[in-house]
Design a protein around this ligand. Structure first.
Ligand SMILES: [Cu+2]
Length: 168
């Protein structure tokens, strides 16, 4: 894991297709009243499912969280970062294949278009927690936030648990 972490490079345009959207589109939807929604400040159209925080290996200072996001609203949502109280640094990461070697890169901007879904999953997008506080244990709930371009935040609660390994 440490080796992988040292390979992190800051990338501003990892997902070229996702980095071109207009920041001004994001607006709270006022007409969505479905179950299973999360968010605040009018962002009830953003749904989070299957959030899990990978049980840290004993002694490890890093871990990751995975979940599925659905934008059930009528406006695109621009995600520009993440934060948490359980790690010194919390970032959105993705994996890229660099000549056969999978490397993690920070993602500084993600657009979730209206109606679209986005999976944060092993081997792909994930929330990376670096410099974890000690004694995080299975079954515990970890809270973190997604930061939006609008300045709003999305609260996510993920249970600490095992995550299936993912083959590339
Ligand atoms: Cu990562």
């Amino acid at each position: 894991m440490k080796k992988i972490i040292t390979a992190i490079l800051i990338s501003t345009a990892l997902l070229a297709g996702l980095c071109t959207a207009d920041d001004q589109k994001e607006m709270p939807a006022m007409d969505e009243h479905k179950e299973g929604m999360t968010g605040k400040d009018g962002l009830k159209q953003l749904m989070v499912h299957h959030a899990v925080f990978r049980t840290p290996i004993p002694g490890a200072v890093n871990s990751a969280a995975f979940f599925e996001l659905k934008n059930a609203g009528k406006h695109d949502i621009i995600i520009v970062g993440a934060k948490s109280g359980v790690a010194k640094m919390t970032q959105i990461h993705n994996h890229i294949n660099d000549q056969g070697v999978m490397k993690m890169r920070q993602v500084e901007k993600l657009t979730l278009a209206a109606g679209d879904e986005l999976a944060f999953k092993p081997g792909g997008l994930h929330i990376m927690f670096m410099g974890l506080e000690p004694n995080i244990s299975e079954g515990q709930m970890i809270d973190f936030q997604l930061l939006l371009a609008s300045g709003k935040t999305i609260d996510i609660s993920a249970m600490v648990g095992k995550v299936k390994k993912h083959k590339m």
